[in-house]
Write a protein that binds this ligand. Structure first.
Ligand code: F6R
Length: 253
């Protein structure tokens, strides 16, 4: 099912697997159109299926990452790259180690940076030197965050050092032995950085995200729901499963 709402193109699939395929197809089209595509990538549970599909496409010879550059949204701080909960480790494990991307073209904020402000400025400069992001893949947090831009973050902010909300620490503790082990800070692209991407693909799956998806897409544009700023972006696709889209479907019917 496809719907249009304001500037959003909303693609709704019947399962997580088909949602993942749809996201992978959009990314593959972008790379097949522009071999030196600059991708913005996300971690978390949501995009794992799409990354698997991309790996399959590359193994089948349908995709070539050799000229692709990637910038990830965020990284915990402090966290070592060798820690299996770091986003650096996650990206290697779930995508980079299985495709023909040049590791030198994969960028993630340094979770061990001694000077976080310098690291944030350098990250923005690297994105600018790559001529900006062609396609930014996003998930959404239960509180509406994108990247680690928690509610009340300024829409104009670029890459920065942030304190994580208790609810985000709690949500992400499922990957750690306990909530105490989740780092309390992160380096994240700002909402301004994300908004500057030429195309945005937001993937939302699962019934638990139905309320926040509705607020982000149909609610007020407010820093209290960081993803709501996407209502103003000229080129956004929302790729959702029916569970995540159920409130939106009901209201747009
Ligand atoms: C990840 C990120 C986060 C996640 C969000 C949803 O790089 O920036 O904003 O996209 O927390 O996470 P999941 O997919 O685990 O529900």
């Amino acid at each position: 099912m496809e719907k249009r709402y304001r500037n959003f193109k909303i693609i709704i699939k019947d399962s997580y697997d088909n949602t993942s395929s749809a996201v992978a197809d959009i990314i593959a089209d972008c790379i097949n159109t522009k071999a030196n595509t600059v991708l913005g990538l996300a971690t978390g549970g949501t995009p794992v299926g799409a990354y698997k599909k991309l790996i399959e496409m590359q193994s089948a010879g349908k995709l070539d990452f050799s000229r692709v550059t990637c910038f990830n949204l965020d990284e915990y701080h402090p966290i070592a790259a060798t820690n299996d909960q770091s986003y650096k480790y996650f990206m290697k494990d779930n995508l980079f180690d299985h495709i023909n991307i040049d590791p030198a073209n994969t960028h993630i904020p340094d979770g061990m940076a001694a000077d976080v402000q310098t690291e944030c400025i350098a990250y923005e400069q690297k994105i600018a030197a790559a001529s900006g992001i062609d396609l930014q893949l996003l998930g959404i947090g239960m509180n509406g965050h994108i990247g680690f831009n928690e509610p009340a973050s300024a829409f104009s902010r670029v890459t920065n050092y942030v304190e994580l909300e208790a609810s985000t620490i709690e949500a992400n503790s499922r990957y750690f032995d306990s909530a105490d082990e989740v780092p309390k800070h992160a380096l994240t692209m700002g909402i301004g950085t994300i908004f500057a991407a030429r195309q945005i693909v937001m993937m939302i799956t699962g019934a638990a995200k139905a309320n926040i998806a509705e607020a982000a897409v149909l609610g007020n544009i407010t820093p209290q729901v960081p993803a709501s700023i996407l209502q103003l972006h000229p080129n956004v696709m929302l790729v959702m499963d029916g569970d995540a889209a159920k409130n939106i479907i009901a209201r747009l019917a």
